[in-house]
Design a protein around this ligand. Sequence first.
Ligand SMILES: C[S@@+](CC[C@H](N)C(=O)[O-])C[C@H]1O[C@@H](n2cnc3c(N)ncnc32)[C@H](O)[C@@H]1O
Length: 205
Amino acid sequence: MGFYSKKILPKLLNSAMADKSLEEFRLKVLAKARGEVLEIGFGSGLNLPFYPRTVTHLTAVDINPGMEKFARQVMADSPVKTDLLVINGEELPFEAASFDTVLSTWTLCSIERIDKALDEIRRVLRPDGQFIFIEHGLSPDASVQKWQRRLNGFQKKLAGNCHLDRPIGTLIENQGFKISELNEFYLEKGPKFLGYFYQGTALPG
Ligand SMILES: C[S@@+](CC[C@H](N)C(=O)[O-])C[C@H]1O[C@@H](n2cnc3c(N)ncnc32)[C@H](O)[C@@H]1O
């Protein structure tokens, strides 16, 4: 991981992801979290204030050591008991069936081997557990898709391997999850190529 990824990108991500317009979605998705939770792509810990009391413990992972400084500042002010590991979400060092909830917010776009990460999420979920998510990805509109494909290379370089064109729902289903809720919509403000959202719940099957 180079200088840009470790030193510059974390500042950019911390600022971009703190956008107030995202908070209503954090609130809605996080309201479903319960029990032992694993958060994939913890970033700068911006979800922490939104965790409900139904969460007993949080394990958080993020691949980028540059995000850790921001995350630990938020953790210091939070009542949520959190263990943070700087590791790749594609290889989770946890036993099978360890978590009641796995959460991902705007992270599946950037994980290199999304299939491996989804397999790992499914493996570590208890049989009655849930994977809750909000992500951005491939729009169903051809005119938007055209821009998503055009800008994909640039976006990946600028934003830490962030893909604009991943069909999130399909990718989750392809790894054996049963989707119990899926809402797809455009964010009201901002460019459509970046603002087609997938919010939902998937069960390990
Ligand atoms: C756009 S940020 C979102 C951060 C946070 N989830 C939020 O909602 O603010 C994506 C995060 O995913 C992390 N990430 C990317 N690939 C990863 C991987 N393979 N394993 C774990 N974290 C990863 C990045 O380092 C970054 O912090």
